[in-house]
Design a protein around this ligand. Structure first.
Ligand code: GCB
Length: 654
């Protein structure tokens, strides 16, 4: 039964959700960093693991598996963390498993952390997909709804309860999606006894990537003093060479009202360039070096370090300190009706869409893969990417900050296509997720825009109020960045388009529409742009376009799935981009950077093959086409250091 959203109900929900989100924001989610007052202990490596294969998937809770070592309640597997569990074994049941899986491991905690009552010990999970419950020594310490953002719990109290006990961390993770989760999904029981065994069910999803699950990002313990820097927010600006950093520090803990704060800004060489005192204020930087995107400036990704030093008097009059250092890039972002401006200069997105996806690891974070991908993006001449279709590991955003790669930061709002996913519960959760995302990523200079969703059913009547609310809420959380969602609907029927700052449109001309008809791309793409711009007078990014390629398949004249066909699709799109980027098209993001795994289906040949790189990161012909183009655009529009001038002689034609 459809659940239409009523305006009054919606606004009440919004109020509650806002309150929730604000209290969440106050709780802070600073990236863990070591300092003279903070230590970190990583819990990555091998954990014990068991999938709950019982018919109702609830045996683990019924038998309280969290009360003892997992190995004491049944057979366990070795499971690496971080990693998706799906592709680690040869068992198809585990690859396609839906329900609760259980992880545990014991950790040696330095005795000083437990003995010293001035120390807070925090357990942090970078992300686990989708729903998590966490116990320490059998005590439930937190739970989290959502598969792509961090969560944490202070566990010092539990550890001090029995200082002699080893610290056992148990995490139960459930990948079941509902119409109210982000992304949404639903479980369907197939009850025909002639065709399916008793209790048979499938999980339907409305997105095009494998629903990898498990503990996907680092798990760690970190310490802070009892009165500590809980959050930092910076907003930067500049005028006439003078950079300004407005900062706001949230302090938490018993002595927070007596804390004194000092903020020191240093440059790349460690020279002090500005100082301030108090929980909020401004830093002025004379002759500021701005943060610039890769290929837009000779010195991209410049970061200052902002150290916050908090001091309180201890019980015996001693000074207790907390120090936290935040990298800060000084830059501005603005949008006009035809341009995207970074530091008041037009910025053209020539980039990619990505996925967190690779062989064996699934969506598990992996440094070699991350660094390889950055090298490939730089090789390609890409200056930007969209975190399609969920927030990525924060380490990736740190890389973007340092390398000047510009990011459109997307929420996991992908596949909102069922009318029931526009109801109040979904909306409240979407607002909460935007709160978590903005709290985590607000200080990254590389993040220039929020994307609240990908290809929702934005033509459905509730979509207008729904997205007006989500977008207004996101802007309230962060008034400094534009907000968009990515659409594939029709320009005239799209209910949310009036509320976005930038139109992001996906289209697969000569692929899903008019398959094989390369000759219609130019006309249809031109019409697409003119209609969207004519109606909304907002700058447009072609946020997806592309074609599947089975690597090594050749055909001339080109046919679908051959390397030549992908090249022709790209070239046909590029001709139109080149006309329209003189007017209001502000970017092009290829779908996709690399091949990635999907659910099985008749249109997917072991996953989606629209990558310009294979899943193993080898270039297809389209990669060379794109490389030639991106470097040419960069050479035309950027101010490149001499070593990056693209040597055209090295171009290889497909
Ligand atoms: C889209 C989706 C993306 C898909 C892609 C495709 O529009 O946004 O998630 O993977 O099309 O290849 O079908």
């Amino acid at each position: 039964m459809a659940c239409p959203v009523k305006p009054l109900q919606l606004h009440l929900i919004l109020l509650f959700a806002l309150w929730d989100v604000c209290s969440m924001i106050n709780s802070g989610m600073l990236f863990p960093r070591e300092s003279s007052s903070r230590e970190i202990k990583e819990l990555n490596g091998l954990w014990s693991f068991r999938a709950d294969l019982s018919p109702n998937r609830n045996l683990g809770f019924e038998q309280a598996w969290y009360k003892r070592r997992l190995a004491e309640t049944g057979p366990v597997l070795d499971m690496p963390v971080p990693a998706s569990y799906n592709d680690i074994t040869q068992d198809p049941k585990l690859r396609d498993f839906i329900g609760w899986v259980w992880y545990d491991r014991e950790v040696v905690v330095p005795s000083r952390w437990v003995a010293d009552k001035n120390i807070r010990v925090v357990l942090r999970v970078g992300s686990a997909h989708y729903y998590s419950v966490v116990w320490v020594n059998g005590v439930r310490v937190t739970e989290h709804d959502g598969g792509h953002l961090p969560f944490e719990a202070e566990i010092g109290g539990v550890l001090r309860g029995d200082p002699a006990a080893p610290c056992r961390v148990t995490i139960a993770v459930n990948n079941t999606l509902t119409l109210q989760t982000l992304p949404p999904g639903n479980i369907q029981y197939l009850n025909d006894p002639a065709r399916y065994p008793k209790g048979y069910f499938v999980q339907n999803t409305y997105f095009d990537f494998f629903n990898y699950a498990g503990i996907h990002r680092s798990v760690l313990l970190y310490t802070t003093p009892q009165t500590y820097v809980n959050d930092v927010t910076v907003v930067t600006d500049f005028a006439d060479g003078l950079g300004t950093i407005a900062y706001d520090v949230a302090v938490a803990g018993s002595a927070s009202s007596n804390a004194s704060l000092k903020v020191t800004l240093t440059d790349g060489e460690g020279r002090r360039v500005a100082t301030a005192t108090g929980p909020n204020g401004g830093l002025k930087v004379v002759d500021a070096t701005l943060w610039w995107p890769y290929l837009m400036h000779e010195r991209p990704g410049f970061l200052y370090n902002m150290e916050v030093c908090l001091q309180v008097a201890g019980a015996r009059g001693e000074v207790l300190e907390d120090r936290y250092t935040l990298p800060v890039g000084i830059r501005t972002v603005k949008v006009t009706s035809t341009q995207f401006l970074i530091n008041d200069k037009p910025f053209y997105f020539h980039g990619v869409n990505k996925h967190e996806d690779s062989d064996i690891r699934g969506k598990g974070f992996d440094w070699p893969l991350v660094v390889k991908d950055f090298n490939l993006m730089k090789w390609l001449g890409a200056n930007s990417f969209r975190t399609s279709h969920y927030p990525y590991d924060e380490e990736i955003l740190h890389m973007c900050d340092r390398h000047g790669i510009v990011v459109i930061d997307e929420s996991p709002g992908v596949g909102i296509r069922d009318i029931r996913s526009f109801g109040n519960a979904s909306l409240a959760h979407h607002l909460e997720v935007m709160g978590e995302l903005v709290t985590r990523d607000k200080n990254h200079p590389s993040v220039v825009m929020w994307s609240v969703a990908n290809e929702p059913a934005s033509e459905m009547p509730p979509a207008g109020l729904y997205f007006e609310t989500v977008i207004a809420h996101t802007k309230a959380l962060d008034p400094t960045r534009p907000v968009t969602y990515v659409t594939n609907s029709n320009y005239a029927r799209d209910k949310g388009a009036p509320f976005v700052d930038v139109i992001c449109v996906n289209s697969y001309l000569s692929w899903y529409h008019d398959p094989g008809a390369l000759d219609v791309i130019s006309l249809q793409l031109n019409t697409q742009f003119e209609e969207w711009y004519g109606k909304y007078k907002k700058p447009i990014i072609q946020s997806e376009y592309g074609a599947d390629v089975v690597p090594g398949l050749h055909s001339d004249p080109p046919v679908m799935f051959s390397e030549e066909y992908q090249v022709m699709v790209l070239r046909s799109y590029h001709e139109v981009f080149d006309q329209k980027r003189k007017q209001y098209v502000i970017g092009e993001l290829i779908w996709n950077f690399a091949d990635f795994m999907t659910a099985q289906g008749v249109t997917r040949v072991v996953g989606n093959k629209k990558g310009i790189f294979t899943r193993q990161r080898q270039p297809k012909a389209g990669a060379y086409t794109l490389r030639e183009r991106y470097w040419r655009i960069a050479n035309e529009t950027g101010l490149l250091p001499p070593w990056t001038k693209y040597p055209c002689s090295q171009l290889r034609s497909p």
